[in-house]
Ligand binder design. Structure first.
Ligand code: SAH
Length: 309
């Protein structure tokens, strides 16, 4: 695999370890081998304990805080609208929703059967509630939203209050949590589906792994995650503007292994403008699926898809 990556200023990194060392002072990446789990554990403990002082500096927690605060500052300056959260590509909303419906419907039937049942989802990095409003609320009776940027979450609250919440079979946005994913732990056993779209790139590898491990507890026994995300052709692409990283399919698969997650199904999002990154949807479960989706892996046939400003 080509593990090289580059940033939006054109700088090339020979691997993700080098990039993370620079960005957050971390040695923890998917390229680490046998001691990775222990390192991740150590980094997570350091992060949890990080309240200043020499220990914090030594473990690079100052750099990590900077990484996150720059990202939040970026999103705080973005308009609370569909255009805003989609980086000026509001036009992809319809194709996105159509692709998500086609991906989720068979999985819901397969995992939960066709009999009516009260379904609950969590929308991670929800922004203004675009995914919840246009998609999740049609499939789930309750949707909780988690989003760190308060003006987005307030817009979501306004957009969703009373929305579809009528009649006996009610569908409603239930809880709004103003928290970043690296600090969020869901209520135990509440969710059938945890949907994570266009936000996981904000998390470095170790926080990515810690997040999924905490979030597993939030799933019901047959529950699953869906990760819908931009995909780099190789290695990774670091965006210095919003401090996010776009990972390759292989990079994601290595991270899923480190999280103890299995791919139940994976599909490409169709009908996106050529200049954008490719997008994949992964359904992820916590134990090995009995029947694995045969899903032949297709090579991306398009040229490099770089990206918004
Ligand atoms: N998922 C939404 C929003 C995508 S825009 C949609 O598809 O419409 C990216 C979102 O990630 C923004 O709302 C941004 O505030 C949020 N975000 C940024 N840093 C985050 C973090 N650390 N944890 C969770 N969400 C984050």
């Amino acid at each position: 695999m080509d593990s090289r990556g580059f940033d939006s200023a054109g700088r090339i990194f020979s691997n993700a370890t080098e990039m993370w060392a620079e960005e957050i002072g971390s040695t923890v990446t998917v390229t680490a081998t046998t001691s990775a789990a222990a390192e991740v554990e150590a980094a997570a403990t350091a992060a949890a304990a990080g309240n200043g002082g020499a220990g914090e500096e030594a473990s690079g927690e100052g750099k990590r805080k900077e990484w996150y605060s720059k990202a939040i500052a970026y999103w705080q300056g973005v308009e609370a609208s569909t255009e805003g959260v989609l980086g000026g590509y509001g036009c992809v909303n319809d194709a996105d929703v159509k692709g998500s419906d086609a991906f989720l419907c068979p999985l819901l039937a397969e995992r939960f059967g066709t009999a009516k049942r009260h379904l609950v989802a969590l929308d991670c990095g929800s922004g203004i509630g675009r995914v919840t409003k246009n998609f999740l609320l049609r499939h789930f009776n309750e949707v909780d939203l988690v989003e760190p940027v308060s003006h987005f979450l307030e817009a979501a609250r306004e957009n969703l209050t009373g929305y579809m919440d009528q009649g006996e079979d009610s569908h409603k946005a239930a809880n709004f949590y103003c928290v970043p994913l690296q600090d969020f732990t869901p209520e135990e056993g509440r969710y059938d589906v945890i949907w994570i779209q266009w936000c996981i790139g904000q998390l470095p590898d170790d926080d990515f792994i810690s997040f999924f491990n905490r979030a597993k507890v939030g799933l019901k026994p047959d529950g699953f995650f869906v990760l819908k995300e931009n995909i780099a052709r190789n290695g990774f692409v670091l965006d210095k503007v919003d401090n996010s990283v776009t990972r390759s399919d292989q990079y994601f698969r290595e991270l899923f292994k480190k999280c103890g997650l299995y791919i139940l199904s994976v599909k490409d999002q169709k009908e996106l403008p050529k200049e954008l990154f490719a997008v994949k949807m992964y359904a992820l479960v916590t134990s090995q699926p009995k029947i694995q989706n045969s899903g032949k892996r297709r090579r991306p046939k398009n040229s490099p898809r770089m990206i918004r400003s």
